[in-house]
Design a protein around this ligand. Structure first.
Ligand code: ITT
Length: 185
């Protein structure tokens, strides 16, 4: 089964391709020029983008909206993560929230013309003291996931230092596994 993943982010796409392959799903990347709505809610953004994309492509597809949520900053940058990353990057987040608790969240929205289904995933951790590692993308060099039962990692490495650890427990993996199971049912 071929499904479109509408995204302009190559890092997201390559992670999603690997995750969904385990479900026998082949995904194809397409970019859309439709502008995202502005909202504090990644669920609202993903849902609106999926509907707009279905109107454009007319095929089963999904979109994904993600964000880094820092409780000390009242959830900032949250649904504004892409904009904040472009403006101030990891240096800006380190200046504001070094060592603080953080959470990555993803909302995947799947549209097939009949319905829009949402699948969420999250991972808790904290912001490192400095950017470390070369893997991944975006905020990966400054995010250290907390220890997770059944997954062998120290809790001290960033996603960018240990991409295989990211593959095993990321917010994206958790959300896309739900999509995979839904499509396989
Ligand atoms: P789309 O075309 O899919 O919208 P985007 O990069 O604009 O791509 P988002 O709107 O979901 O994606 O923005 C989330 C931002 O948060 C993104 O630009 C990254 O900088 C960051 N981000 C999302 N997932 C991440 C991850 O797994 N690791 C590190 N940073 C991530």
């Amino acid at each position: 089964m071929e499904i479109l993943f509408i995204t302009g982010n190559a890092g997201k796409f390559s992670e999603a391709k690997k995750i969904l392959k385990h479900f026998g799903l082949n995904i194809v990347q397409r970019d859309s020029l439709i502008e995202e709505i502005r909202s504090d809610s990644i669920e609202e953004i993903a849902s609106a983008s999926a509907q707009a994309a279905y109107a454009e492509f007319g095929k089963p597809l999904f979109v994904e909206d993600s964000g880094l949520f820092i409780p000390f900053l009242n959830g900032f940058p949250g649904a504004y993560s892409a904009w904040v990353f472009r403006k101030v990057g990891n240096v800006g987040i380190l200046a504001l929230a070094k060592g603080k608790e953080a959470e990555f969240r993803t909302c995947v929205a799947y549209a097939d013309g009949k319905e829009v289904k949402l699948f969420t995933g999250s991972v808790k951790g904290r912001i490192a003291e400095e950017a470390r590692g070369k893997g991944g993308f975006g905020y990966d060099p400054i995010f250290m996931p907390e220890k997770t039962p059944g997954i062998n990692h120290s809790g001290e490495k960033t996603f960018a230092e240990a991409p295989e650890m990211k593959d095993a427990l990321s917010h994206r993996k958790r959300a896309l596994e739900k999509l995979g199971a839904y499509l396989k049912r």
